[in-house]
Design a binder for this molecule. Structure first.
Ligand code: DC
Length: 228
């Protein structure tokens, strides 16, 4: 079986990482959460005071970005953690503040350029599953298997609301739906590498699929591509 690159793109809260992680686990491939890299740059910017409500210190960030060390390490219970300059920042990068910062810094050309360069290096030997927004279009335009994952905004809002309620947060469906729509709008309409389906990507709408059906579908597509 040949080693391939699997690119999984799509809207937020579609379950891209669940899908990508499980395929990587089954196939023994490396899994890369490209969003975690944007989040790590956001955390760095917040800690260094380079980002506030209405301003990003682009000059300083641009000077420092190539010296940031962002890596993924697997811990003893098999979970993958994100490291920034040798520190495990997995928990911190999942906060709302860091997510909002990531959404802003991911619009900067020099940030995307540097992270895309690092992502391409990670995939140079293939055998990788990467999820994000521009993986099939910009990072690996020649990826052998490209998936564009989608689900209706309402379904995604319900899923997010359930996760938030499970964490003890008190939110209404309307609030979460508005946030989902706002993020879709920003992802699709930024000038730098907006979210769009690659021409040769396979669309999977998982609004009405169980996790098991989704994984089965992906497994079939993966096997087909590796046997070619
Ligand atoms: O998938 P996520 O929520 O962890 O992504 C964090 C932010 O980074 C989000 O605003 C979208 C952005 N992002 C991006 O622009 N390109 C990627 N390849 C991955 C994420």
């Amino acid at each position: 079986m040949r080693k391939i690159i699997v690119a999984i793109d799509g809207f937020s809260s579609c379950g891209k990482s669940t899908m990508a992680k499980s395929l990587a686990h089954e196939s023994g491939y490396i899994y890369v959460d490209s969003g975690a890299m944007y989040r790590a740059v956001s955390l760095f910017s917040i800690r260094e005071g380079l980002i506030n409500d209405d301003h990003i210190n682009e000059l300083t960030l641009e000077n420092q970005i190539s010296s940031l060390q962002i890596e993924f390490r697997t811990n003893s219970n098999g979970q993958q953690n994100t490291y920034l300059n040798g520190e495990n920042v997995e928990k911190e990068i999942r906060s709302l503040e860091v997510a909002n910062g990531a959404s802003r810094i991911s619009t900067l050309g020099f940030v995307r350029h540097e992270l895309v360069r690092q992502q391409q290096l990670m995939g140079k030997d293939k055998g990788i599953v990467m999820d994000g927004r521009d993986i099939g279009t910009v990072v690996f335009p020649d990826a052998e298997l490209k998936i564009f994952l989608t689900a209706s905004p309402e379904v995604r809002a319900y899923r997010r609301m359930d996760e938030m309620i499970a964490k003890g947060e008190n939110v209404s469906f309307e609030e979460v739906l508005a946030n989902v729509r706002e993020r879709d709008e920003r992802d699709q309409n930024r000038t730098e590498s907006p979210l769009r389906k690659a021409d040769d990507a396979i669309v999977i709408d998982n609004s009405n699929l169980t996790l098991q059906e989704q994984q089965e579908l992906l497994r079939t597509l993966f096997v087909e591509k590796t046997l070619l």
